[in-house]
Design a protein around this ligand. Structure first.
Ligand code: NCD
Length: 311
């Protein structure tokens, strides 16, 4: 499997076998961290974050540092030359000379893809608008594989902002490529999954989807519940956000109806869609998920740089 030099803009850029090779490498790293602690010794990761992020950026930085590499970049477009009007094509051309691999988060959908056309180094999409978030998908799939045993054959509930949530868009598209997954989509009418994705799931992937506004009636049938934050920054008006922001709040009480081994996942940050009393429940997987995110990103970077044993 050769992922050396490849961009990751959309999870569909990698075949299932290529994804599998990343998970295998991530698992090897988890089992034997010391062996991988210097594999990026002479390498630099560039981080171009044009949109706020804590987890994704720090998780990438931790990934690179844990492999002995270095990191440079910015976490606020206002302090970069973007504020002077520099376009992303020029920025990436220059960065290609400074770093060996780059992660870009951008509010505009398609910006990382555009950047990849001008880049001499592998570009990773760290989230583009409401579009895609492929490294969160790697994180989510690794979490499912480790905690559920298989990425196939699960009934997965997605709950919350399915319209603007890019983590949902990337994950559902990718899960639909694995056999025997079923999806239950729980959202208010206004925040339903976009038409193009619903069409893809029904007509192209031909997977079963059920849509509902009511979490309680379906929670008992789920193997995985993927909760999401209502994406405030993507709303056009504050009143709509205020009306919809507390549509779903998962409490310990609601979990009593769920299977004993259901996983509660969340890409984080949580606002108040999962109450704190759920954190103590064995089914709460979101902090472990954040931890797996570092290993998934280590494996991705190592594979793109062609370092370490990623066969
Ligand atoms: C997600 C994102 O940025 O899309 N967070 C993340 O990557 N950890 C989810 C979110 O912001 O709600």
């Amino acid at each position: 499997m050769n992922l050396k030099g490849r961009h990751l803009i959309d999870p569909g850029d990698f075949s299932l076998l290529e994804l599998e090779s990343i998970f295998r490498l991530a698992e090897k790293i988890i089992e034997n961290k010391d062996e991988y602690s210097q594999i990026c010794k002479e390498k630099i990761l560039g981080t171009l974050f044009y949109e706020p992020s804590t987890r994704t950026r720090l998780s990438f930085e931790a990934a690179m540092l844990r492999m002995g590499g270095k990191v440079l970049g910015f976490s606020d477009a206002n302090v970069s030359s973007a504020a002077k009007g520099e376009n992303i094509a020029d920025t990436i051309r220059v960065l290609s000379a400074y770093a060996d691999v780059v992660v870009i988060r951008h509010p505009k959908e398609g910006a990382p893809r555009l950047a990849s056309k001008y880049s001499n180094i592998p570009v990773i999409n760290g989230g583009d608008g409401g579009h895609q978030h492929p490294t969160q998908t790697l994180t989510d799939l690794l979490t499912i594989k480790k905690l559920k045993g298989s990425i196939s054959g699960n009934t997965v509930g997605f709950c919350g902002d399915l319209k603007f949530g890019r983590t949902v868009h990337s994950l559902i598209k990718t899960l639909s490529r694995y056999p025997d997954n079923k999806f239950i989509l729980v959202s208010p009418e206004e925040l339903r999954l976009p038409d193009h994705l619903r069409h893809m799931l029904k007509n192209i992937a031909q997977v079963e989807i059920i849509e509902t506004e009511d979490l309680e009636t379906v929670i008992g049938s789920l193997d995985i519940l993927y909760m999401t934050r209502i994406q405030k920054e993507r709303f056009f008006n504050e009143a709509d956000y205020v009306r919809l922001k507390d549509s779903y709040i998962l409490t310990r009480n609601k979990l009593s109806e769920a299977k004993e081994d259901m996983l509660v996942m969340h890409p984080l940050p949580r606002v108040n869609e999962i109450s704190y009393d759920v954190d103590e429940d064995d089914r709460a997987a979101y902090f472990k998920q954040a931890e797996f995110g570092v290993y998934a990103r280590m494996a991705l970077i190592a594979a793109q740089l062609g370092v370490g044993n990623n066969a």
